[in-house]
Every structure is written in structure tokens, then in C-alpha cells.
Design a protein around this ligand. Structure first.
Ligand SMILES: O=c1ccn([C@@H]2O[C@H](COP(=O)(O)O)[C@@H](O)[C@H]2O)c(=O)[nH]1
Length: 606
């Protein structure tokens, strides 16, 4: 782990359900957290530790004749200073990632938002994982030839090393529409009609089909893939791996098929095992018939050294491998060269994305709306020189992580707000329509329908996941101001001293987390929040006739559509960069330096 990472806290653990046949380690939505979490003991192991861990499990597999495969389902970029803080972006990422031997890897949507990140896949990740990178429904205009071509091979047939399990694997991305125009995502429903796919799924000389992808395991895309494959192969086991929702989840498709999703941000290493598969056999091992009952088991590992030592049967001395240590060192050097540890200020208390309701004094969105945006936007030229009034709107999905009480570093700004989209504004919009934009963006109606139709979300992905999984939400999702929060009350009365953490409920029950924790609250947040600046909307006598509608560029299309529904027609060309197109990352940085800077320094533990 990184030198400044906190030591893990010992906790009761469930055992790894190791199979004598086939085992998997699964990561997803890493978003550049190669260094692990430097303020959370539960997730403080880094990519170097994961490399050591995988080596020990590979040794175990080789020793008992079983197999281990590593899977990553995309969104490796955007969300951490190691990626977003480097010039060019990704300067360190590709070399760090490639040190792990990943058997099946694919792209997420974050690799595709911008041309430079998809070309990063083309030039680095695809060749680094040659033969293992699968792009079943993704094409790129080759930066070399300008021609449209598959980003990588469409599928793969291979045989495992020790058991001789014959596998057919597909690697998908959901029906994403927000990609830059140098890539083409084919919808899953179109892809399953393509000849190559129909031909591939006819293969009967296989023992297992793996569908892995940057796809919610409860999505219509996976439902389509599952039913199409099942129609062609009525009894071949299918193992699905998903991503994108940032949560831990496990779905039972049928007796022969399950799907695993392994969280986000290097918090979770998903473990999956299968026993009872038919095998083709190897030179050393005879082919095996399929058992009447296939056993699938899953475990979500908290990514810290206490867990990783336990599950690999190693200790402080025997756990780190030379390669693992080198990679940890390389990550540390990259962090240092980017100055990610530079302290901008000291957060006086925690601010949460989903662990507090909105509005709430500990909600990160209330903080933005009540403090950061009014303070910073008030300093703009439009207000200082022309006394303009502004409504500043931002999508909650642009805020990616919590702020913990304590040091607020350069790294923190990228964890909280990694996206580069700058502020834009429509000048002097009539109040009557401007004041109703937020409601349209947040409520049921035409905008919500269009967002759904285009598979676009403005919220944090965890929040989207909770909409189809009500069990994720805290019992009283409707917060009553000044009342104790329900989950805090539960925590206080717990008879044991479990630390707060993931307590996952999935299709196999509540036994999935490796570490026993007490629950953490989860509250839903709206699509967007809004801050009025330089006027008080409660003061009816002083309501302005017009306001500047200011927003981050990512939501421009939706703000303009909302205004159109409200009777005011604008085009993207009518908007201008606000304060030179300053980004939220810069706005937050400046606010933190001004308000949590020198003053809070002495209260901040180092
Ligand atoms: O430039 C951007 C790109 C994305 N977002 C928000 O991110 C989430 C999607 O995140 P995933 O990790 O892909 O699930 C979504 O809410 C977008 O609104 C953004 O705000 N700005």
C-alpha cells in the first residue's frame, strides 16, 4: 500500500469460497484509484497489493490444479489525480494497469467520453492486453488510418491452463450514447443480430460462456444477451460480470447462470468461483463430465491488507511480491511527481454524496449550493461589473466522491470533481422560465423520458442503481430536518463493535461481503442542484426579471431542452463560457483554499 495509507482494521471475515475448478478475481470502475484509498482503512490496499494477491492465488491454483482468471470491466480512467492530474491525462495509468495480468478486459463509457481517452485504449490498453481486450460492440475510427474498425477482437475462445475448461467470452459496453464521435457503440440488440455473434454462440465445443462488460447486471442489455445465448445453448453455464453501477451485486439468471458486479474505485475485489463444470481436459488431466449441479459462489473482498493477507494465507513478510512492491513504488512516485499530496486546506467535517439526505448540513450538494457556488460565482465579472443575477445549476453525477474531515489535497479535488467540462451560461433568461428549469431536470416528465431513452444519467451511478434496487436505500429516505438519522440510531445500538462498511443484499442473500460491517446509510439525491447568486429567491419583491442561467457544459443539452419546453428557444451557440469556462474542479479548489486554507491548518491531523 502507499506509505501514507492508513493501516487496515482487524475485523471478522468470511472465508474465500475457493473452487478446485474455476476461480475469478473481478475489478470494475477503478476510475484511476490505483493508489487505493488514503483516508479509508477498509480500502487502503493499492494496485501493487492486488498484483501480489493475484500471484498468491495463481500459485494456489497451480498447486491444486484449479484455474484463476482475472477480469476487468472498464472505467479505469477519470476520477483520480493519477489519471486526471497528469499531462497528458493517463501518462502513468497505462503503465500501472498493464503490470497486472488480466485475462479479459474491456472498455467502459469513461474511456469513450473523449477522443484522447479512447485513443489511449487504442494505443496502450489494447496492445498491452493483446488477445485479452474484447470489444464485442465497440468500434473506433483508427487514429492511424482514419477507418472505422473494431477497437479489439469481438470475442475469444480459449482453454484454461490447468483444468482445460473451454471458454467462449464476449466483452460488451452498455448502449452508451455520450461517446465522442471517434468511436461507435453498437447497441446490444443490434449486435446479437450480427452474423459473427450468431455464429459464435453456435459453438458446442465449449464448457462455459463468459459475458463480461461495462453493463449493469440487471439491465435490458444483459437480459437480451442472456436470452439470446440461452436460446442457442440451452444448458451451457453462463457466467456474467458487470460494471457501471458502482455497487456490489449478484444476480441469479438461471440454475446454470449468474452475474457478479464488484463495486467501484478499488474498494472491492470481486471473487467468484464455479464448481461442477464439464471440461475438455489437458495433457495432465482427463476431460470431466458436467456434474448434475453447478455451484456458483461469490465474495466481495474489502481491498485492504488485512483481508488480502487472510485470503492468501500470507502475512506482512510473505505477502508482498517484488513486482507488487515495484508497482506500489511506481504509483507513489507518480503521485509525488504530480504533487497530489499538496494540501489546499482542511475539511472541518465530512461531506457525503449519498450517506446524508439532500438537503443536509453534511450533504456535499448542500455545501456546493449554499457555500461554494454562491461564494465563488459572486466573484464573477458578470456580477461584480454588471450586477447580473445568476442561477447556477449542476448535475449531481459530476460529484464523484465524499470529502472526509481532515486534509483536503490536490488529490481530493480530482476525487470529488474530476471532470473538465467548464461553466457556460445563457445570458438574461426570463425569470419565469429560468426558475422552472431545475424542476424539469429533476422531475418525471419529458426530460426524464429523453434521458432514459438515450441512456444518459445526470446522477451518481450508485443513485441510479438504487432506483431499481429499493433495498439499497436507508429506511427513511425522506429526511426530516433536526431528527437523528435512522441509521445513526441503528449504529449506536449495535451490540458489537463492527466498523461501518458495505452490508450487501443480493440474490444470494446477505453473505456476500468478506468483512462483517455495520451498515452505512444511503440516501437518494436529485439529478441536479441549483444555487441562486446575487439575489434571494425567497424575497418576492426583489425577484429579477431575467437571470443568467449558468451550468456545467455536460448538462447544456438538457438545460436548453428544458428551456425549450418552457417556451424559450435557445441553441448551444447562444451560450458563452462563464468566467473563461472555469471548471468545477477549479471552483472547488479556489473555495477550499480561501475558506479551509491556513485557518484550519492547525486543526488538521497530518
Ligand atoms: O463529463 C462528465 C461525465 C460524466 N458525468 C456524470 O458521471 C456519471 C456517470 O458515471 P459512470 O462512472 O459512467 O457511471 C453520470 O451521472 C454523469 O452525469 C459528468 O457529470 N460529467
Amino acid at each position: 500500500s502507499q506509505p501514507s495509507a492508513p493501516s487496515p482494521i482487524a475485523a471478522p471475515l468470511r472465508e474465500l469460497p475457493w473452487s478446485k475448478q474455476l476461480n475469478f478475481l473481478h475489478t470494475t470502475d477503478i476510475h484511476g484509484w490505483w493508489g487505493g484509498h488514503l483516508q479509508e482503512p477498509s480500502f487502503s490496499a493499492d494496485w501493487g497489493d492486488y498484483i501480489s494477491f493475484a500471484k498468491h492465488l495463481h500459485d494456489r491454483a497451480d498447486a491444486d490444479g484449479s484455474d484463476l482468471l482475472l477480469i476487468d470491466t472498464g472505467d479505469r480512467v477519470e476520477g483520480n489525480g493519477i489519471y486526471d492530474g497528469s499531462h497528458p491525462k493517463g501518462k502513468f495509468t497505462y503503465d500501472i494497469a498493464k503490470e497486472q495480468s488480466i485475462d479479459l478486459i474491456c472498455s467502459g463509457n469513461h474511456e469513450l467520453y473523449k477522443q484522447n481517452s479512447s485513443e489511449g485504449e487504442f494505443y496502450h490498453t489494447v496492445p498491452n492486453f493483446k488477445g485479452n481486450y474484447i470489444a464485442s460492440n465497440l468500434d473506433i475510427y483508427s487514429p492511424k488510418t482514419g477507418k472505422l474498425e473494431p477497437l479489439a477482437q469481438r470475442y475469444k475462445v480459449f482453454t484454461t491452463k490447468n483444468q482445460g475448461i473451454r471458454i467462449l467470452a464476449f466483452g460488451f459496453i452498455f448502449d452508451f450514447t455520450g461517446n465522442a464521435n471517434n468511436t461507435v457503440v453498437h447497441t446490444v440488440s443490434d449486435t446479437v443480430k450480427e452474423d459473427w455473434f450468431k455464429e459464435a454462440i453456435k459453438n458446442k465445443d465449449i464448457d462455459l460462456i463468459i459475458v463480461f462488460g461495462h453493463v449493469d447486471i440487471r439491465s435490458h442489455e444483459y437480459a437480451t444477451l442472456f436470452s439470446t445465448i440461452r436460446a442457442a445453448q440451452w444448458d451451457t453455464p453462463i457466467q456474467l460480470f458487470g460494471g457501471h453501477t458502482h455497487i456490489r451485486d449478484y444476480k441469479l439468471y438461471d440454475k446454470q447462470s449468474v452475474a457478479l458486479e464488484s463495486g467501484r474505485y478499488m474498494e472491492t475485489i470481486g471473487f467468484m468461483s464455479i464448481e461442477g463444470l464439464k471440461t475438455g481436459g489437458t495433457k495432465e488431466r482427463e476431460a470431466a463430465p458436467q456434474k448434475p449441479k453447478i455451484i456458483f459462489q461469490r465474495l466481495y473482498l474489502d481491498n485492504n491488507l488485512y483481508s488480502l493477507h487472510h485470503h492468501s494465507g500470507k502475512d506482512d513478510k510473505t505477502f508482498p511480491t517484488e513486482l507488487g512492491l515495484n508497482v506500489s513504488r511506481h504509483i507513489g512516485d507518480a503521485r509525488k511527481s504530480l504533487g497530489l499530496g499538496e494540501r489546499y486546506g482542511c475539511a472541518p467535517h465530512d461531506l457525503w454524496v449519498n450517506r446524508r439526505p439532500y438537503p443536509h448540513e453534511e450533504s456535499i450538494f448542500s455545501w456546493l449550493e449554499k457555500e461554494v457556488l454562491p461564494d465563488q460565482i459572486f466573484q464573477s465579472e458578470r456580477i461584480q461589473k454588471e450586477d447580473k443575477k445568476a442561477l447556477v445549476i449542476t448535475n449531481t453525477g459530476g460529484i464523484r466522491f465524499d470529502i472526509f474531515q481532515g486534509p483536503f489535497t490536490k488529490d481530493t479535488t480530482f476525487l470529488v470533481s474530476p471532470f473538465t467540462s467548464g461553466l457556460r451560461y445563457l445570458p438574461d433568461v426570463p425569470w419565469k422560465s429560468a426558475s422552472r428549469v431545475l424542476k424539469l431536470l429533476n422531475n418525471e416528465g419529458p426530460i426524464a423520458e429523453l434521458l432514459a431513452e438515450q441512456a444518459v444519467s445526470l446522477q451518481p451511478p450508485e443513485n441510479v442503481a438504487a432506483q431499481s434496487r429499493p433495498a439499497m436505500l436507508s429506511p427513511a429516505n425522506n429526511y426530516i430536518p433536526n431528527q437523528p438519522l435512522p441509521n445513526q440510531a441503528i449504529l449506536a445500538s449495535e451490540p458489537h463493535d463492527l466498523t461501518p462498511g458495505y452490508t450487501t443484499k443480493d440474490d444470494a442473500g446477505t453473505s456476500g461481503d468478506d468483512t462483517l460491517h455495520s451498515p452505512i446509510p444511503f440516501y437518494s439525491v436529485p439529478n441536479c442542484v441549483q444555487a441562486p447568486v446575487n439575489f434571494d429567491p425567497e424575497d418576492e419583491d426583489k425577484i429579477p426579471e431575467t437571470v443568467d442561467v449558468v451550468y456545467n457544459e455536460f448538462i447544456e443539452k438538457w438545460v436548453i431542452l428544458a428551456l425549450e419546453y418552457l417556451g424559450d428557444k435557445y441553441e448551444a451557440g447562444d451560450s458563452e463560457a462563464y468566467e473563461g469556462g472555469i471548471s468545477f474542479t477549479d471552483i472547488i479548489t479556489e473555495w477550499v483554499k480561501e475558506h479551509w486554507g491556513v485557518e484550519g491548518e492547525e486543526k488538521c491531523p497530518s
